[in-house]
Design a protein around this ligand. Structure first.
Ligand code: SF4
Ligand code: F3S
Ligand code: FES
Length: 248
């Protein structure tokens, strides 16, 4: 059965704006993105919203719904009561371009800073063999749809603009970890993780993992193992001595 929902949507840009109230029709089985599209079609034709797949796969429709970072296309209207005011705002960590659209170029900058996959130079096509356990580990991380909800949520940058320079965020620390744990990657990424990507800023609050729509265990399976590897290299006296001797 259809009903009228009360929506409060951010209208404006990075300089100024306001939350505007709308009453919009909702039909059975709809998601928040459907309602935003109806709002565009009927009352606010200039409302800016980014989306592509409406299937939770492109990572475009990230926003904050009642303050919670979510994909609009995967948030069912049935999770709210009919008399609830539903507030939709852009991701807070990134500059607002307009309305619900944010400038996520921070993430592309950070992606470019990760050294790419570095296989042994003499490895030929067809020789890329690895154990199933290693394949599965990579596969978990590669489910990432780059929605940047984890980047948006991590308090290191969400509350501290000044940390953006030094901290790559969970999505890209996960990429560093994925490559560091990859059996065919020859680069030693431990110093870069700490010094260039700011792994030390992460105090494993796990908020990134909680919002990941792909349910990737970012903290447990990528960040903590990466921290252990860095600690093993830097602070384990045996490893430290080994490194020293090796360098001589
Ligand atoms: Fe989105 Fe999860 Fe990828 Fe982060 S790790 S960008 S939350 S899919
Ligand atoms: Fe941030 Fe996730 Fe670490 S939320 S502090 S990157 S565990
Ligand atoms: Fe593609 Fe929502 S529109 S993830």
């Amino acid at each position: 059965m259809g009903y009228k929902a009360q929506f409060r949507v951010w209208r404006g840009d990075d300089e100024s704006g306001e939350l505007r109230d709308y009453v919009i029709e909702v039909n059975e089985g709809e998601v928040v993105l459907d309602i935003i599209h109806r709002l565009q079609a009927t009352q606010a034709p200039d409302l800016a919203v980014r989306w592509n797949c409406k299937a939770g796969k492109c990572g475009s429709c990230s926003a904050e719904i009642n303050g919670k970072p979510r994909l609009m296309c995967m948030t069912r209207m049935s999770t709210f009561t009919e008399d609830e005011v539903i507030t939709v705002t852009p991701m807070r960590t990134f500059p607002v371009v307009r309305d619900l659209v944010t400038d996520v170029s921070f993430n592309y900058t950070k992606a470019r800073e990760v050294q790419s996959f570095t296989p042994p130079p003499d490895l030929k096509p067809g020789e890329y063999r690895m154990q199933q356990v290693d394949v599965e580990r990579s596969q978990e991380f590669r489910k990432c749809i780059e929605c940047f909800l984890c980047q948006n949520t991590c308090h290191v940058v969400r509350d501290h603009e000044e940390n953006k320079e030094a901290f790559s965020g969970p999505r890209f620390l996960m990429r560093v970890a994925e490559l560091e744990m990859h059996p065919l990657d020859t680069a030693d990424r431990r110093d870069a993780a700490q010094d260039e990507h700011g792994l030390g800023y992460c105090n494993i609050t796990k908020c990134c993992t909680e919002v990941c729509p792909e349910h990737i265990k970012i903290t447990d399976n990528a960040l903590i193992p990466m921290k252990e590897r860095v600690a093993g290299k830097r602070y384990d006296p045996v490893v430290w001595l080994g490194n020293k001797l090796f360098r001589r």
